[in-house]
Design a protein around this ligand. Structure first.
Ligand code: AMP
Length: 540
């Protein structure tokens, strides 16, 4: 073999050292309890992350040991993102929207040794504390609450550090992070991220053809840091040295927009429901917020309706629509246009941008219809399968999770999709959400996206309800905008030009709100249960 390059491991430690050396004065800004804005810097984040790493090592943390966080998006969470892996540990972010028994199951399954918890979340911790065995609980006292018996003050813990922390000699394939899937049903499954996967994901995220992040940006970590590393935003900001803004627990559209304006945020990433709230606030109070010129965003986690994409364009926040999952770190595809598509007619461009996009470098995609891979014709549906360097190869300690991977090494995503001749994916549905009517499949996602395009609709879910003749038929559950008068015939007429008549929902139910999962996806399992005994008025 010819001699080539150095063997240099891709680890988060390089990113931590880099940001401390090159960008110490760049600001890190966080909303803290009480809603005030705290200003710190990458220099401080570097010093404190290393202090955390040193003290964790001194406390006996071994390579691969899990350290959990139960925290909002804020600057100390960033220290844990960097400091825990620097010590050779694995940062396990806990979803603070889960029920106590789910959190207890996850902490026990992951065998977390240490927990870092925001004082405003202490009552949540206390609701499951008796069911878990943690060696240390470090309380981040941003609201000034007293430290309960059996816990320690995070500040005092890191204050003991001497400052001469030595990085362990890590292999890039060692574990750095861990997150449990937010699945709508079934047992939560743990995905373990390697240093290499997180580094490559950050490099990919920053690419101009993905989310286009540079040092010039002001980046807000808006998606929760407990859900797939906030889509990868904090680590990408650290890698590029871009100013980083954390919204804390103030996630209502007005608070977010206030921070967009005061910090002149140029990039944020969130699920479509959050962007919808932001769009509605911008539309209802024109001119109230002055956003940074050139602001852009990423939407992912569920399908981005074309109407929302157009609306945000009108407000000067163009979106990149991405697809991914906990198992894929998460970003696999991004919907930016290719150069020659810029000349396409406007409607066609929007159609492409509303797709979930084309795969990133090193990501391979295919759709499988039975045993065969489906053609890239933009029509034939199949299960989306993916492989690549930031795709998980297994679940943590769950041998029965193996059926998620095909015998030839692809991750079965459980999503039904088609791929068009340009290589752009369109997610048709989760396999379990597809509606089978008289032997034909109907996409609930297509119907939902079309319904929310109606100006009087705030949100919509379409579910399969059993039908004596057709096996299943679509039922639409719709949340009208405040004060709007909506009825079934208006919506059927609105949808009629876009669908074959047999695809249209047979009934529309109007409700005040829809159930969501802890990460903002529609909770269709709950809706299916609620409408299980629905009686169709007329059998067509
Ligand atoms: P999670 O692991 O909780 O992030 O959920 C991953 C799942 O969210 C995927 O398998 C999809 O079903 C869904 N999802 C993520 N991004 C999108 C998107 N852009 N469009 C449609 N569904 C999406």
């Amino acid at each position: 073999m010819l001699g080539t390059m150095m063997r240099y491991p891709l680890t988060l430690n390089s990113l931590l050292e880099r940001v401390g050396q090159l960008f110490p004065s760049v600001e890190v800004v966080a909303r803290i309890p009480g809603k005030s804005v705290l200003r710190t810097s990458y220099g401080e984040a570097h010093r404190r992350a290393r202090a955390l790493a040193e003290m964790l090592q001194k406390a006996g943390l071994r390579r691969g040991d899990r350290v959990a966080t139960l925290m909002w998006n804020q600057h100390v969470h960033l220290e844990a993102y960097l400091g825990v892996p620097a010590a050779g540990g694995v940062l396990h972010t806990l979803n603070l929207r889960l029920a106590p028994q789910e959190l207890a199951y996850i902490v026990n399954h992951a065998q977390d040794r240490v927990l870092i918890v925001d004082d405003v979340l202490l009552s949540l911790y206390e609701s499951f504390a008796a069911q878990v065995k943690l060696e240390r609980v470090l309380v981040v006292r941003l609201s000034g609450a007293p430290v309960p018996a059996g816990c320690e003050d995070y500040e005092e813990f890191i204050r003991e550090a001497s400052g001469d922390f030595q990085y362990p000699d890590l292999d890039e394939n060692e574990a750095a992070g861990m997150c449990y899937t937010s699945g709508t049903t079934g047992t939560p499954k743990g995905v373990v991220y390697s240093h290499r996967a997180l580094v490559l994901h950050a490099m990919n995220f920053a690419l101009p053809d993905v989310c286009c992040i540079s040092q010039q940006d002001v980046v807000m970590a808006l998606a929760p840091m407990f859900h797939v590393n906030a889509h990868g935003v904090p680590l990408t900001a650290v890698m590029t040295g871009a100013k980083l803004v954390f919204p804390g627990r103030y996630l209502d559209p007005e608070s977010v927009l206030e921070l967009f304006e005061s910090e002149q945020v140029t990039f944020a990433s969130a699920v479509p429901t959050v962007w919808l709230g932001i769009l509605q606030a911008l539309e209802s109070q024109p001119g109230r917020w002055k956003l940074a010129p050139g602001m852009h965003g990423m939407a992912g986690g569920s399908a981005l309706p074309e109407s929302l994409l157009r609306g945000l364009d009108r407000q000067g926040i163009p979106m990149t629509h991405c697809w991914g999952m906990t198992e894929t770190t998460p970003i696999v595809t991004a919907s930016n246009l290719k150069s020659y598509m810029r000349d396409w007619p406007e409607d066609r461009r929007y159609e492409m941008r509303a797709r979930q996009g084309r795969p990133s470098p090193f990501m391979e995609i295919r759709t499988m219809a039975g045993d065969d891979s489906a053609p890239w014709d933009g029509a034939t549906p199949g299960e989306l399968q993916v492989k690549g360097p930031w795709v998980a190869a297994s679940y943590y300690n769950m041998p029965q999770g193996g059926e998620r991977w095909s015998s030839d090494g692809w991750l079965r995503t459980g999503d039904v999709a088609n791929i068009d001749p340009e290589g752009y994916v369109k997610i048709v549905d989760r396999i379990k959400d597809l509606i089978k009517s008289g032997g034909e499949w109907i996409s609930s996602v297509d119907l939902e996206n079309a319904i929310v395009a109606h100006p009087d609709v705030r949100e919509a879910a379409v579910i399969a309800v059993s039908h004596p003749k057709w096996q299943e038929r679509p039922l639409a559950v719709v949340v009208p905008r405040e004060g709007a008068q909506l009825n079934t015939s208006t919506l059927r007429a609105f949808l009629a030009p876009k669908f074959a008549s047999w695809q249209l929902p047979d009934a529309f139910v109007f409700v005040e709100q829809l159930p969501h999962t802890s990460t903002g996806k529609l909770l269709k399992a709950a809706l299916r249960k609620q409408y299980r005994d629905w009686v169709w008025e007329k059998i067509s």
